[in-house]
Design a protein around this ligand. Sequence first.
Ligand SMILES: C[S@@+](CC[C@H](N)C(=O)[O-])C[C@H]1O[C@@H](n2cnc3c(N)ncnc32)[C@H](O)[C@@H]1O
Length: 317
Amino acid sequence: MNSSFPLPPPELAARIGGSYEEYGAIAEAHRRYVESMLPEGWSFAGKSVLDFGCGLGRTMAAFESRSAEADFSGCDIHAPSIEWASRAMSPPFRFFTCQDSPPLPVDADSFDLVYAMSVFTHITDAWSAWLVELHRVMRSQGVAIISVLGPAMAHQILGHEWDERIGMAIVDLHKGWDIGGPDVLLSDWWIREHWGRAFEILAVQHAVDRGGHDLVVIRKRDVKVSREELEAIRPAEEVREREALEVNVELLAEQLSSLGSIAQPAAPDTKALEETVAALREQLAAIEGGRSWRLTAPLRAAAARWRQLRAGPLRRA
Ligand SMILES: C[S@@+](CC[C@H](N)C(=O)[O-])C[C@H]1O[C@@H](n2cnc3c(N)ncnc32)[C@H](O)[C@@H]1O
C-alpha cells in the first residue's frame, strides 16, 4: 500500500470485503473514485472530511498525503475496527464509533465532504434516517459521494438482468454485517426522486464494469428535511413507485420462500416463516389492488424474523 500505515489483521479485514492482497489497491481505487467525482474547482485545503462507514480506515489510508491540508474523520458501527484504526492511523486521522441508527456524536454543520464507500449499499430501513443525519452534519453546500449498487450488480445480486421496475430493492435482508450485510439496489430515478429532496443530485455515475458500484454525488440543499419527507410517495410518481414496491415484495417473498425450504423439516420456526410469507403475499395483493402503500411494517417484521433465524440453526455463511 502507498501509505505508511500497517495492514490490519486479516480477520478484521475479512469483514469489509475485497481480497486482503488487494487491500491497498482497493484503498487507492476508492480514493480515485472520490477525487474524480469532486465538483470542479473543489480543494481539500482547510476542509473537514468524514468517511462514513470507514471500517478499518482503508480508504482514508490512501488519503494520507491529503491529511496535512484537510481534517479527516472516520466512523463505523464496528468497535474493534475503530479501535484498530485509532491505534494504527491516529494521528493524523480521527476515528469514532457510531450506532446503527443516528445521531452521530458530532455537531451540526461539521463536514464539507462526506464519502461512504460500500455503506449505503447495505443500509435498509435506516436509509432515510441516515440521509437526514448526513444532511445535519454537512455544512451548507457540503458534498457527499456515496457508492450504491445499480444495474452493474444485478447479475451478482439477483442472478439475472436488472429489472427496470426497481426503485430501492432489498436482497438478503437476513445477512448480518459480519457477513457483508443485506444488499440494497438503487435506481437512478429513485435516488433523484427521494434523495433529491434533501440534496441536489450532481451526478449518478453508473459503473461500466459488471460487478462495479455506481457513484452518487450530492450537494446539501439548505432546506429542513425529515424522514417522512424523504420517504413520501408523490402522487405524480405513484405508478412507478407501486411497481418498485411490487418488485421489492416479489424479491422478498422469493427469498423468504427459499429460506423456508432450507428450514424444513427440522427448523422449529417454519410456521412463523410461513406466516411472514403469507403476510407479504397479502401485502402484495393489497398493493396490486391499490389498497395500501405501507410496506415498511412487513419488511421490518421479515427482517426481525430473519435475524432470529440467523441466530438459530439456520445461519448461513
Ligand atoms: C463493506 S464495509 C466498507 C468499509 C469501508 N467503507 C471501505 O470501503 O473500506 C461497510 C462498512 O459500513 C459499516 N456500517 C454499516 N452500517 C453503518 C452505519 N449505520 N454507520 C456507520 N457505519 C456503518 C460496517 O460496519 C462496515 O465496516
